[in-house]
Design a protein around this ligand. Sequence first.
Ligand code: XUL
Ligand code: CO
Length: 441
Amino acid sequence: MKTKYFPELKDTVKYEGKDSKNPLSFKYYNPSRIIGEKTMAEHLRFSVAYWHTFMGTGTDMFGGTAFSRPWTQRNDPMDRAKDTMEAAFEFITKLGVQYYCFHDRDIAPEGTTFSESTKNLQQMVTMAKELQQATGIKLLWGTANLFGNSIYTQGAATNPDAHVFAHAAAQVKNAIDATHELGGENYVFWGGREGYETLLNTNLNQEQEQLARFLHMAVDYKKSIGFKGQFLIEPKPCEPMKHQYDSDAATTLSFLRAYDLFDDFKLNIEANHATLAGHTFEHELAVASAAGRLGSVDANRGDLLLGWDTDQFPTDIYSATLAMVIILKQNGLGSGGLNFDAKPRRASIDTVDLFHAHIGGMDTFTRGLLIAQKIIDDGLLDQFISTRYESFSDGFGKQIMAGGVTLEDAEKWIIDKGNPIPKSGRQEMLENILNDYLAMI
Ligand code: XUL
Ligand code: CO
């Protein structure tokens, strides 16, 4: 196995079981172990995020670069891009993950003209294709960075200037081409700058119509080139914009319905975006899944004491379990996966910290999978929910749901039957049951 950038591991990370004291081993993730009808690897479909893991510098609002990565030492931006890609494939191979995700500007530097940027991207796509073939690593999704360049300060698709809209559209065309060329299984739209700061300069209807038009153009292009990957929208409520149009799952689903885009998109739900929106991760997953539109997950976590997107690696087994229950119940994520859109803390400066971070995230979701499978197999919690609603499956409740009951009928029925008797929701008992499952693995 090639060792150039990550000498801390000579080989791949191994499954050693939960009693192992080796921090560079998996205690739970055993990729070929069968759970239900699939292997762990097939259930979890882990992915490494190119931007945080290979481009991240540890920068925060008060300080610049804190990480000195061996793949960022050469002066020429294309040389750096090539070293970075070599490092990426070495890392992902050693971690034993099947997928990665990127923005166009992560894998290839922006040139001074649009054509130069396109040329850089094409060159890096050629290199990625060779490395994918050599390692078997696949592209979960590609996307375009429509937020970093200052031309997008007032939006990309929602910019008041059609010239900027055209630039964003041209950039997305090339990012879809790159994703298609690399056999990407999905393509993500996260509208980082698609929102507004003040109504004093904003026409809300116009901007949302522009966004819808932009997405329709992308759907038309996808069909014209025969790209079969799933289109995904990633909701987020704020940051960088104060108000973002795709602020949470429910808002995004309504937007897709209103603009005739519902069948062409699914959602990529990110844990930290959910908490920023004032929801739980599982709420956002459940809303997307209930609409048949949960396509993929950005697996990370926020910090409830901080009001910004901290993008930490997931360590919360409780939350991962609830997420995996939802994912298993919809029979998996299809072409989606669990992408670690997460970064080590500024003080975690060594390359080995990247392994610790990913190993922790992978074991957390594996534990979630094991517990979730047990919860589903036992059926105890499901049974409680179905019993709770059983008054709607026969008698008057069934007639109500069939549409055969009027308000007058309800009045007659209530006069005849009298007042309903309140029933407990048993929340504490259910929480105790969940805790018992968490302790079993
Ligand atoms: C930003 C974010 C992005 C998207 C892809 O908060 O999550 O990295 O996942 O553009
Ligand atoms: Co994300």
